[in-house]
Design a protein around this ligand. Structure first.
Ligand code: NAP
Length: 233
């Protein structure tokens, strides 16, 4: 089966790539950095039994590049079974004093890119009447916290999108899962002085996705909420 993973080059996306490779999926990976994708492709082919890994470097904040990406997926990875909308970024800020454009920038990559990419690839999934879409939300989709307002706003939007999509696709054979992890080690936490065990491992988030994708056709995991054992930071 074929899976498209956005933001696959690092962190949680990279862990999902290894998880799905170990489950026998053929992978289509995207991120902006072509050389990081190529390094990952070689690592996946060398370390797992995965036979097919396609990479396509693109910026998901550019809708023309999303159209080109979906065309490339159609040509090389049809039928597409899984879409993992994972790419995103965290930029701190409060509504009253953040830099102009902070909110718009995060809305574009954290929510709008998932909306546009899903619309672009959904027709090919609908044609096969089966598939699974994962949207990488966050515990910030559930609760607001100071210092991360626009990130929360964008992740609330992504959860809203995920819930609407789930309703629309209930009778289509396509599953929709919102994934809401708490703090998870990745580049976005680089330099933070905390004990290793205080944050979750990206591999654990990936494992939860692996379990959800393995359910039989009559069941869907609608939401996955995960937190560090010691709670939110
Ligand atoms: N880590 C956490 O604590 C945590 C908790 C909850 C939710 N999340 C969510 O999980 C997802 C992954 O987070 P992470 O911590 O693993 O992040 P990360 O390590 O910073 O990786 C982000 C990935 O997204 C790609 N990306 C960023 N901007 C992009 C753009 N404009 N176009 C295309 N690709 C882009 C990056 O590659 P390039 O830079 O090469 O483009 C990279 O592959 C995000 O949606 C994040 O909000 C993270």
């Amino acid at each position: 089966m074929n899976a498209l993973i956005t933001g696959a080059s690092k962190g949680i996306g990279r862990a999902i790539a290894f998880e799905l490779a170990s489950r026998g999926y053929s992978l289509f990976l995207t991120a902006r950095s072509a050389h990081e994708l190529e390094d990952l492709r070689l690592e996946l082919l060398g370390k797992t039994s995965c036979k097919q890994v396609h990479c396509h470097a693109c910026d998901l904040t550019d809708w023309k590049q999303i159209d080109a990406l979906s065309e490339s997926v159609l040509q090389t990875m049809s039928p597409l079974y899984a879409l993992i909308n994972n790419a995103g970024r965290f930029q701190p800020g409060n509504i009253l004093d953040e830099a102009p454009g902070n909110m718009e920038g995060m809305m574009r990559i954290n929510f709008e890119s998932a909306y546009h990419l899903t619309r672009a690839v959904l027709p090919m999934m609908l044609a096969h009447k089966r598939g699974h879409i994962f949207n990488m939300c966050s515990v910030a989709s559930l609760e607001a916290y100071p210092g991360g307002s626009s990130y929360c706003i964008s992740k609330f939007a992504l959860l809203g999108f995920s819930k609407c999509l789930r309703e629309e696709l209930k009778h289509s054979g396509i599953k929709v899962t919102a994934v809401m992890p708490g703090a998870t080690w990745s580049d976005s936490w680089k330099g933070v002085d905390l004990p290793k065990e205080r944050l979750m491992e990206a591999e654990d988030v990936a494992r939860a996705i692996g379990c959800a994708i393995d359910m039989g056709p009559s069941a869907v995991v609608e939401e996955i909420i995960m937190r560090p054992q010691a709670g939110d930071l």
